[in-house]
Design a protein around this ligand. Structure first.
Ligand code: SF4
Length: 336
C-alpha cells in the first residue's frame, strides 16, 4: 500500500533538538506537508466523526519523556512507544476508547533516549532476558518511513545480549528491515484476518495479500515470525474464509521451517466502545448485539461482551485445528 502522508504536521520545537526530528521535518516539507511549530495540536472538526477523520491525518513530532515502562502481559515484559495512534481506521480498534476524541499520531523523535530507557530496564532484569513490545499503542510500521526509528531499534536489539523486541503490524512497508543484522532478537507478528474482516472493518491498512507478502519477506530475512488472528468473528461463511486464510498462509510460507506462533483473540467490545464506534462509523457492519454475547470481566476494570462459551469453544477448536493441520511447527500462545 502507499505510504501514509499526513495532511498536516505539528512540530514540538523541542523535537528539532534531535537529528531524527530535523530529518523528519525536512522529509515532510519535501512532500509539501504543511508544518506548524507548536506545543499543541489543534483539530476543530464540526462533529466527532470529523474530528476522528482529521486526527487520523495529523501527526505531532515530539519527544517521549517516559522513564518507567509499563508491563505488557501476556505479550512481553514491558511496552514502549515510538509513536502513538496510527493512520488505520479499524472500526473495532482497541485504542478507540483510550485515545480520546482526536486520536492524532504522536511520532517520537528522541530514539536514543528511548533506547537508553530500554537498556535501563534490561540492566535491572539481568541476568534474565527482557522482552519489549513496540505495538501496544500504535502500529510501529505504519509511521516508520517518517523516522526510521524501528530500524534503529531492531539494530539495537540485534546487538543486545539480553533484550528482545516484539513488533506487531497491519502494514507492509518492511523493506528497510530486510538487511539488518537482527540476530533473531526481533520477532515480527503480523495481524491478519479474513478478507471479509479486513475489507469491511480495517480501513487504511494493508490488504490481506500485502500483509501475507510482507510476512513472507520478513520470514525470508530470517526473523522469527508469528501471527495474531484478531478479532476472530463469526459471520456467514466464517469457517471457509478462515480456512482460506490459513491455507494461503501455508502456501506463502512453505519455505519457512522455523516455529511460527499464533495469538488468537475473539471479537469483543465494551459498552463504551460500542457507543464510540457507532458515532465514528454509523454504518458499521460490526456485530455488537449484546443479546448474543456473554459478559466477561476484563483486566482494565470493564465488562466486555464476548461470544458465549459454546461459540468461543467452537472458534478456539476450529482455528486451532486449522493451524495445526497447516503448520507442523505452530505454537498457539493463547486464545482469549
Ligand atoms: S492498525 Fe492497529 S492500532 Fe491502527 S487502527 Fe487498526 S487496530 Fe488500531
Amino acid at each position: 500500500m502507499k505510504l501514509f502522508i499526513p495532511d498536516i504536521a505539528y512540530i514540538n520545537p523541542k523535537s528539532l533538538n534531535y537529528n531524527v526530528g530535523k530529518t523528519a521535518k525536512e522529509y515532510l516539507e519535501k512532500l509539501h506537508v504543511p508544518t506548524i511549530d507548536s506545543r499543541k495540536v489543534e483539530i476543530n472538526g464540526a462533529c466527532p466523526s470529523e474530528n476522528y477523520a482529521k486526527a487520523k491525518k495529523t501527526i505531532y513530532l515530539t519527544v517521549n519523556a517516559q522513564k518507567k515502562l509499563r508491563p505488557c502481559k501476556p505479550s512481553a515484559d514491558y511496552q514502549f512507544a515510538l509513536s502513538s495512534s496510527c493512520p488505520g481506521h479499524c472500526e473495532y480498534c482497541y485504542l478507540q476508547t483510550t485515545q480520546g476524541e482526536k486520536p492524532f499520531m504522536k511520532v517520537f523523535v528522541n530514539i536514543e533516549e528511548i533506547l537508553q530507557v530500554i537498556q535501563n530496564h534490561i540492566d535491572k532484569n539481568l541476568p534474565n532476558i527482557t522482552t519489549f513490545e513496540s505495538g501496544s499503542i500504535t502500529d510501529p510500521i505504519a509511521l516508520e518511513h517518517l523516522t526510521g526509528n524501528l530500524k534503529r531499534c531492531i539494530e539495537f536489539f540485534g546487538k543486545s545480549q539480553k533484550g528482545r523486541l516484539r513488533v506487531i503490524t497491519k502494514y507492509n512497508n518492511v523493506d528497510s528491515f530486510l538487511d539488518i543484522h537482527h540476530h533473531q532478537h526481533t520477532k515480527f507478528r503480523f495481524s491478519i484476518n479474513t478478507k471479509y474482516v479486513i475489507n469491511n472493518f480495517e480501513h487504511h491498512t494493508a490488504s490481506f495479500e500485502e500483509r501475507i507478502a510482507a510476512s513472507r519477506k520478513i520470514a525470508q530475512a530470517g526473523y522469527p515470525i508469528g501471527f495474531i488472528i484478531a478479532p476472530i468473528m463469526i459471520y456467514d461463511g466464517w469457517k471457509s474464509e478462515y480456512e482460506e486464510l490459513l491455507s494461503h498462509l501455508k502456501s506463502q510460507l512453505k519455505d519457512y521451517h522455523e516455529e511460527i506462533t499464533f495469538e488468537l483473540i475473539q471479537h469483543r467490545f465494551t459498552a463504551t466502545a460500542k457507543e464510540l464506534i457507532l458515532t465514528r462509523f454509523p454504518k458499521t457492519k460490526l456485530d455488537m448485539n449484546e443479546e448474543t454475547r456473554q459478559l466477561k470481566w476484563g483486566p482494565y476494570g470493564k465488562f466486555k461482551y464476548v461470544y458465549p462459551k459454546e461459540k468461543s469453544t467452537e472458534i478456539k477448536k476450529y482455528i486451532t485445528e486449522l493451524i495445526h493441520s497447516n503448520f507442523e511447527k505452530a505454537l498457539i500462545e493463547y486464545f482469549t
